[in-house]
Design a protein around this ligand. Structure first.
Ligand SMILES: [Zn+2]
Length: 99
């Protein structure tokens, strides 16, 4: 699934074009520009972190300590320790940018 159907590479999405933001913790989705998302407290590329690299993808209400990134980095979990939902998040993040 691409971040924006018109931009296979999300790094090409212009600043004023909204795209789907997906909170990996609560599952909330919102169509926002990156500026709007940042103002609303989302931790999301490109304002925070990089596309295609496992890092938090959270809305303004959710904390990074519930993210897959936290599980891997702070809790030192291995991929095989992750839940199916967490693995789906890893896949989604890795598929943000084209191979
Ligand atoms: Zn959330």
């Amino acid at each position: 699934m691409t971040v924006h159907p018109d931009y296979p590479d999300p790094r090409m999405i212009p600043d004023d074009v909204p795209f789907e933001h997906v909170c990996e913790v609560c599952g909330k989705t919102e169509s926002l520009t990156s500026t709007e998302a940042y103002a609303a407290g989302w931790d999301y590329p490109p304002q925070m972190y990089q596309w295609g690299v496992v890092s938090p993808r959270t809305c303004g209400r959710c904390g990074m300590d519930a993210t897959v990134w936290w599980a891997l980095m702070a809790d030192r979990k291995q991929l095989e320790d992750l839940t199916p939902e967490q693995l789906a998040t890893v896949d989604r993040i890795r598929n943000e940018i084209p191979d």
